[in-house]
Every structure is written in structure tokens, then in C-alpha cells.
Design a protein around this ligand. Structure first.
Ligand SMILES: [Zn+2]
Length: 97
């Protein structure tokens, strides 16, 4: 069994960052399917790796560690960078629970 990498040892699951992103998109992003721009793997936002210690919040692909999203909030503005993701699919109805 390999020791966890520095990145994965600091990673929380995406749920930890869902609140901040929900403020920007005005919807719950936990169930949004984010497709990684690095490896093209789709995964739920809540299943990505979140780094919230700052500066800003970074979401990394759980498969290849590629940065799929960055969010920085200052008193004056919100800065959102999504160039590392191929797509974000927002479900129109909540999935069955
Ligand atoms: Zn990836």
C-alpha cells in the first residue's frame, strides 16, 4: 500500500467546497457532473478533491489531480477560473435519493 501523496493527504471531498460554489452558481453544485479537462473523466462535484485552506479554493480531479476549478473571493469580487474543466452538467431535477 502506497503512502498518500501530499496532495491527496490534504484533500477533502468536494462537499467541503460546495457551499462556496453554490453561492456563485445559485444552485447546489454537489450533484453537478464536472468533466476533467485533463483526463476527461466525469465525476460529481462532491466526489472531486477540494483544497480549501487557501488562498482561494481549489478543486482537483480525483483521478488525475488536474485543477478543474479555482474560486477566490475577496471583499470586492468573486474570481472563478474553470479552464481546467471540459464541462459542467447541471441536473435540472435532483437525483432520486
Ligand atoms: Zn482528471
Amino acid at each position: 500500500m502506497n503512502p498518500p501523496s501530499e496532495h491527496s493527504s490534504n484533500a477533502l471531498d468536494g462537499s467541503a467546497a460546495a457551499g462556496q460554489f453554490a453561492e456563485v452558481f445559485a444552485v447546489d453544485v454537489s450533484t453537478v457532473t464536472v468533466t476533467c479537462g485533463g483526463c476527461n473523466a466525469p465525476a460529481a462535484f462532491a466526489e472531486q478533491h477540494a483544497f480549501i485552506a487557501g488562498p482561494g479554493t481549489v478543486i482537483r480531479c480525483r483521478g488525475c489531480d488536474h485543477i478543474v476549478a479555482r474560486l477566490v473571493q475577496t471583499p470586492d469580487e468573486t474570481w472563478l477560473e474553470l479552464s481546467g474543466s471540459a464541462s459542467w452538467r447541471f441536473p435540472l431535477t435532483p437525483p432520486p435519493s
